[in-house]
Design a protein around this ligand. Structure first.
Ligand code: ATP
Ligand code: ZN
Ligand code: MG
Length: 305
């Protein structure tokens, strides 16, 4: 008697369809042309929505200067997520040992040393030192448009939690009033954008996954001060919806860390809105089906019209 096949998970169905491509590592996937067409359409849609604001477009590679990363404070909050780039720095004898270890299936990384590059953890991280180097902000502050592949060491079987994924961001720098107005505007725009894409959603207070016991306090504080909101869509499950957009008020954290100053000399405040491009794509695939051609006409018109 043959047993009924176990139901395929969402991730398996994405593999079956070739929308995501296995690499053997959880959270590290190739993407099909169809998947990429949605990512690109979302990127364009965000640009259309934010286009009239006159943001300065900057693109950085998915690695950032280790010195900037160290200064950013990321290792205080999220040592467990960081990814560093190491390279072989040995001599010929070390090379021979490396190959011998490889052959024997032993650890070959002994002569790997940290380079000057770390993987970018969020699209806005490379921006702050660049903005600081320009001197004081103009009276009406600054607005940037960013997109980057980001790395976070959080392997998972949920397709929405990747180790390498793209984050589109707008970042505002200025007075507290300016940056809070920016965040409010994008809370509204993000909600409209996602409901126009036919996705069920909720805006919820949130916190970053700060490391350790001290991190609990940071997380509570972030919630108590309403510094972070997420736009959640059920993708993997109804009870644990997935953050597809996030709206972050950093207060003067990056302004102080990097010495970014307002026109009057006081420390700048910053905020960012982040769009998880793969997560929104996966939310669309979940709700409208794995066949893009069969998506509702209104949704297709928004994306590909
Ligand atoms: P989560 O609580 O789900 O881990 P987060 O708070 O870490 O999300 P942010 O740091 O605010 O997320 O990142 C901005 C956006 O980037 C998120 O709203 C999400 O859409 C996307 N994102 C974050 N982590 C991942 C990931 N591991 N894989 C895919 N997209 C991600
Ligand atoms: Zn950001
Ligand atoms: Mg996270």
């Amino acid at each position: 008697m043959s047993e009924a096949p176990a139901p395929r998970s969402f991730l398996d169905r994405l593999f079956d369809r070739g929308l995501l491509i296995r690499t053997g590592v959880d959270g590290l996937y190739g993407r099909s042309g169809a998947f990429e067409s949605v990512v690109e359409a979302l990127d364009r849609l965000v640009s259309r929505i934010g286009g009239a604001d006159g943001a300065e477009v900057l693109r950085f590679p998915p690695g950032m200067a280790r010195a900037s990363f160290e200064r950013s404070g990321y290792l205080k909050g999220f040592p467990h997520l960081a990814g560093t780039v190491h390279s072989f720095c040995g001599n010929e004898a070390d090379h021979a040992r490396l190959l011998a270890c490889l052959d024997a299936g032993e650890d070959w990384t002994a002569k790997q040393a940290a380079t000057d590059i770390v993987l970018t953890p969020a699209a806005c991280y490379p921006l702050y030192p660049v903005a600081a180097a320009r001197g004081r902000l103009p009276e009406d502050g600054l607005l940037f448009d960013l997109q980057s592949y980001c790395f976070r060491h959080e392997p998972s079987l949920e397709p929405t939690r990747m180790q390498l994924f793209r984050m589109r961001e707008y970042v505002r720098m200025g007075t507290p009033e300016q940056v809070l107005a920016f965040r409010e505007l994008w809370l509204q725009r993000g909600t409209t954008m996602m409901s126009d894409l036919g996705l069920p959603l909720a805006i919820d207070p949130a916190n970053d996954p700060f490391f350790g016991r001290a991190g609990k306090m940071l997380a509570n504080n972030q919630r108590a001060q309403a510094l972070k909101f997420e736009l959640n869509v059920p993708v993997n499950s109804e009870d644990k919806p997935t953050a597809c957009l996030s709206f972050n008020y950093h207060q003067d954290h990056f302004g102080t860390t990097w010495g970014i100053h307002q026109a009057d000399g006081s420390v700048a405040h910053t905020a960012c809105v982040g769009f998880g491009l793969e997560r929104i794509t996966l939310a669309l695939l979940r709700h409208h089906g794995l066949d893009l051609d069969a998506w509702p006409a209104e949704v297709r018109a928004q994306l590909f019209g």
